[in-house]
Design a protein around this ligand. Sequence first.
Ligand code: GNR
Ligand code: NI
Length: 166
Amino acid sequence: MAILDILHYPDARLHTVAQPVKAVDASIKRLIEDMAQTMYDAPGIGLAATQVNAHVQLILIDISESKDDLLVLINPKITERSGEQDYEEGCLSVPGVYDTVRRADRVTVQALDRDGKPFSLKAEGLLSVCIQHEMDHLLGKVFIEYLSPLKRNRIKNKMLKQQRDR
Ligand code: GNR
Ligand code: NI
């Protein structure tokens, strides 16, 4: 297992659109292991392959208190969404920035699990937010793109300054 480097905004690679996983083979399983270790180490409650510069449709989520309930979604597709909720989001690719995003309250998602087996999941609340946040990463989208251009520019400058000062 290995801890992978997480890309930080405004890295252009975060805007790459991920490709579908063709086969849940040994290399994908290794990526899942490494991403899990990276997510728990960070720590975060979700991680998209995009964030570790692997541009395949793979996301990991663990919103459990005990950090022992890893959810793996490969080639996820949202088939139903309803309602609205506002949630204060953060992102490992935009460290130190938190802001409110409005998303669907409930989603139904279809995906493959880590054995390549199809499953369907209904989610609400934080899990639903997290699924939508991670699926945005696979489309090359970071949550701050929902904020006003003014806020986004301030965040971009703050991030660039942080990276200069490191
Ligand atoms: O760790 C994370 N916390 C979080 C909090 C509110 C809404 C979304 C998230 S996901 C984030 C990890 C991350 O950046 N995933 O892409
Ligand atoms: Ni994120």
